[in-house]
Design a protein around this ligand. Structure first.
Ligand SMILES: NC(=O)c1ccc[n+]([C@@H]2O[C@H](COP(=O)([O-])OP(=O)(O)OC[C@H]3O[C@@H](n4cnc5c(N)ncnc54)[C@H](O)[C@@H]3O)[C@@H](O)[C@H]2O)c1
Length: 344
């Protein structure tokens, strides 16, 4: 098995354009690429603030381009070897705030990135999609050929964009898609609206965490550094192995009630688990990543338990904290209502 962290993956003199580089996954990916010797163009509206990536801004090989993917042009792709397309309204509730906006960014905007990259002669494009495209699935162990039944505007826009970018594949333009599980772990743009992170935060704050949506719903999970490694690996894999292909990226599948038990058991404090009555969550999918592992040798390094411990330690030392910017939907709601900045 090839290890995506192996020195053979170190490719100096390569330029990556990362859309969404100011975000939770994008800032982690950008940092990994810089460590490996890439030149990185971080193309983003930086809705969560450039200050979150202040260390990247100081790096000599990092260039922050403040721009909207709905306006990206060929000049933004000059000299680029690979585009990692991560910019989006990044979860289900935020995606419902203004569905037309979500479609215009997550589907139309990202398709524009792919089309612009192709026209500018960029040889490779990787789309950061989501396992939420499987939606209300039936059965376990879904693979990339399984039926997609997206339930939300966000998930539908992901699937729509996947179809559009895959259609753009050409011999001189390699396109592939990574369907990421629900991500967890510490990042510069910390997100406390992701289930493992929220449960850990609540346990740390109050010694209790909550199970909502019934608890029996399956979800695939992946650590933020592992999904960044998967994106990198796809950016370098041989064209004939990844061209026009879709890959799932998952470390572990767990029911939400199991996540609660795992997080509670992993932390160095006593944690009570509360089951909150309410509507059942219909989003239910259990997904395998065999194709990704077999194609590019990707192996996840972190687990939900070790990720919860990492978040807990970071909270303890004050390295991360809950703030308006760590709640995606609240933050976008305030951007939309205060300044209409997103709608333009
Ligand atoms: N975090 C997860 O659990 C998860 C799971 C599956 C898929 N994904 C997908 O991975 C990608 C990255 O997710 P994330 O968690 O890092 O999200 P994030 O919200 O932290 O980052 C998204 C970034 O995109 C930028 N952005 C939004 N609209 C833009 C626009 N029109 N033009 C330019 N920049 C814009 C934002 O400023 C932000 O920095 C997203 O496409 C998301 O849908 C995330």
């Amino acid at each position: 098995m090839l290890d995506p962290y192996h020195p053979q993956f170190i490719v100096p003199e390569r330029t990556a354009l990362v859309t969404g580089a100011g975000g939770y996954i994008g800032s982690t990916l950008a940092s990994q690429l810089l460590e490996l010797g890439y030149r990185v163009i971080g193309y983003d509206r930086y809705f969560f603030g450039k200050d979150l990536v202040s260390d990247l801004l100081l790096h000599p090989n990092f260039e922050a381009k403040v721009g909207d993917i709905r306006d990206i042009g060929p000049e933004d792709c000059e000299g680029v070897d690979v585009v990692y397309d991560l910019a989006s309204i990044s979860n289900d509730p935020a995606g419902e705030l203004c569905p037309t906006l979500t479609v215009s960014i997550n589907s139309v905007g990202r398709s524009r990135v792919a089309k612009t990259a192709r026209e500018a002669g960029v040889p490779r494009y990787v789309l950061a999609s989501s396992c939420s495209v499987y939606g209300a699935s039936s059965g376990l162990d879904l693979d990339e050929t399984s039926l997609c039944q997206p339930l939300t505007t966000y998930a539908k826009a992901c699937l729509d964009c996947e179809h559009q970018v895959i259609e753009m594949a050409r011999p001189d333009f390699t396109v592939c898609v990574l369907r990421q599980g629900t991500v967890y772990g510490v990042s510069r743009r910390m997100r406390f609206d992701l289930v493992v992170n929220i449960m850990t935060l609540n346990a740390w704050r109050s010694g209790a965490l909550s199970v909502t949506g019934g608890g029996d719903q399956w979800r695939p999970f992946i650590h933020v550094s592992d999904t960044a490694a998967a994106l990198r690996a796809l950016g370098l894999a041989d064209q004939d192995r990844v061209q026009a292909e879709t890959f799932n990226a998952v470390g572990e599948n767990m029911k939400i009630s199991e996540v609660a038990e795992t997080v509670a058991a992993a932390l160095p404090i006593d944690v009570r688990i509360d089951h909150v009555e309410g509507n059942l969550d219909r989003r239910d999918y259990n997904v395998n990543s065999d194709k990704l592992k077999n194609t590019v040798g990707w192996v996840p390094r972190m687990t939900v338990a070790s990720g919860a411990q990492e978040v807990f330690r970071s909270l303890e030392v004050g390295h991360v904290h809950r703030c308006p910017r760590s709640e995606t939907v609240t933050w976008y709601k305030s951007l939309i209502s205060n300044s209409n900045v997103l709608l333009r």
